[in-house]
Design a protein around this ligand. Sequence first.
Ligand code: NI
Length: 262
Amino acid sequence: MSAAFPGQVQSKEEIRLALRSWPEVDDYLQICKGVILPLGSTEQHGPTGAIGTDALTAEAVALEVGCRTGVLVAPVQSFGMAEHHLGFAGTMSLQPATLLGVMHDLVLSLARHGFERVFVINGHGGNIATSKAAFAQAHASAASRGLPVAPKLRCRLANWFMAGPVMRQARDLYGNKEGHHATPSEIAVTLAMEPSLQSKQRDLPDPAPAGPIHSPEDFRRRHPDGRMGSHPSLATAQHGTSLLETAASALSEDLRRFLSEP
Ligand code: NI
C-alpha cells in the first residue's frame, strides 16, 4: 500500500487513518500536515430517517474529500451534542462539555504528532458552537503544553450541509420543503450510502414548522415526529449521489485553501 499523498486521487482504503500503520502515518507527515476528522451525531431523524444520519453523511463526505485530495481521514466521531433529541428513542448524546473535551483531546492528540491542519467535516448543526469552543481550548492547550506545532496549529469546521453549492442544490431540489432537521438532502445522502434505508421511505403528513429549541420534552411537544419543517419523503438515492458529489467538490476546494494558508 502506497502512502497517501496530497493532491493525488487515492482509494478509500488508502486515505483511512484506521487502516494505516504508525510508520505509514510518520511517512505521511513528511509530506502533508493535514488530516480530516468527520464529526456526526447519533440522533433521531424523523419517523423514517436513520439514527446515524449525521455520522453516515459526515463520514461519506469526508471519505470523498479524502480520495480527491489525498488527505488522511480519521475515524468518524459518531456522537455529538444532541441533547434536544433525547426525547426520541435511540438518540445518544454528549453534553456540550463532554463533546468539548472529546474534540479538544482529539485535536491535541493529532497536534502532538505534528498535524498542523485539522479539517473537521461536520454533519450536525448542534455540534457547531461546541466544536468552535473546543478549537479555542485546543489552541490554548497546545501553547501551554509547549507543543512544537502550537504556532502553526489551525482547525477548521466545515459543515457540509451549509456549503453554498449544497444549499443551492437543496433549494433547487426541495424548495421550502428542505426544512431544518431530517431534511430530504441529508436523508438522500444516506439512501445513496445505504440502499437498505430505502425500505423505510414513505409519504408523511406535513411536518411541524421549525421553532425554538429548548428541552427534549419541549422539542418533542413542538415536533411530535421529530421533523422540523422537512419533507424527507422527497429524498432519492440519485439526489444523494449528486449532493455528495457537490459537497465533496466544495469541501475539497475549501480544504486545499486551508492547507495552503499561512
Ligand atoms: Ni441531521
